[in-house]
Design a protein around this ligand. Structure first.
Ligand SMILES: [Zn+2]
Length: 310
């Protein structure tokens, strides 16, 4: 199968994203873009096989580490790293030239943003999820149901809830998702089937779901489902917040106790006891060990002190 004319975008390089990329890296594409604003931590190493202990020690962006890992074994694909969380302002640029976008993120809010952007441009989207032993995936070509068609009436909260994902479950799901991507790109097969699967014992079922005529996303109406305050509880207990605009880190360092510049000024890292805060120049904040309210207070404090004005 010749896939080397296709541009692939994978958003979310956690356990499931990594497992998909393990397969993607073995095949020649024209380009593969990996987007994730998270950094590699020691806890990731047990189920995110693209990353090394050295990546965690250096606080590398997952997207950078994934790119380097795949480049080591594949010199023919052009790999691109997007070390940021996607949001309203960035997603258009990420998806616009893609032949297929694979969404392996872990929260509904981000999924809706990706779904909208792909819908607007009619870029094919494969959304996929794995929780514990169960997962689902679907290739959307905008002729049948999209992510929002399916989820618009069942959106209890932002977090999808994050069971532990084993490396074995991720590997099986990653292979399945990759096969769906290849079937669609190579022979326009298998799209619009909502596929749910269990890993151990393995079972799989697929149903065709028609568009929901009231769907805000694929009918092209504007809607405000995600204009909340932007704090997302992540798997593993971290909290992320994205300003969606670049920030002046030199200035921020002065207002933040214990802040240290990292990577020649591309990020700031801050440790206080068992709490850490990582801030990228793209305006992404990653809190670990913080409660949601505590994280909010810190951000509001930075706003009111003027440290976040770019
Ligand atoms: Zn829809």
């Amino acid at each position: 199968m010749h896939l080397n004319t296709f541009n692939l975008v994978v958003i979310g390089a956690g356990a499931l994203g990594c497992a998909v990329l393990e397969n993607v890296g073995k095949v020649d594409f024209s380009s593969v873009t990996v987007v994730d604003g998270d950094i590699v931590s020691k806890e990731n190493l047990k189920n995110q096989t693209l990353y090394s202990a050295e990546d965690a020690r250096q606080l590398k962006y997952k997207s950078d580490a994934a790119k380097s890992a795949m480049e080591k074994t594949n010199g023919r694909t052009k790999f691109v790293s997007g070390p940021f969380y996607v949001g309203e302002s960035r997603i258009g640029g990420v998806v616009k030239n893609a032949d297929l976008v694979i969404d392996t993120t872990d929260n509904v809010r981000t999924r809706l943003i990706i779904n909208d952007a792909c819908s607007k441009r009619k870029v094919p989207l494969l959304f996929a999820s794995l929780r514990g032993n169960n997962g689902f995936c679907c290739v959307v070509d905008w002729k049948a149901a999209c992510f929002n068609c399916i989820y618009r009436n069942s959106r209890p909260e932002d977090a999808e809830g994050c069971g532990t994902i084993s490396a074995e479950a991720a590997a099986t799901a990653g292979k399945l998702i990759f096969e769906k991507a290849v079937a669609f790109l190579g022979s326009k097969a298998g799209q619009n089937l909502f596929t749910s699967f269990s890993i151990d014992p393995f079972s799989i079922s697929a149903v065709k779901i028609n568009r929901d005529e009231k769907c805000e996303a694929c009918s092209g109406r504007t809607y405000e489902h995600r204009l909340d305050n932007g704090f997302i509880q992540m798997c593993g207990g971290g909290i992320k917040f994205s300003l969606q605009m670049p920030i002046d880190l030199d200035r921020l360092v002065l207002s933040l106790e214990g802040a240290e510049p990292k990577d020649g000024g591309s990020a700031v890292f801050c440790r206080k006891g068992d709490k850490t805060l990582f801030i990228s120049k793209f305006g992404d904040f990653l809190f670990t060990g913080y409660g949601k309210n505590e994280a909010k207070e810190l951000i509001y404090g930075l706003f009111s002190s003027g440290a976040l004005v770019s």
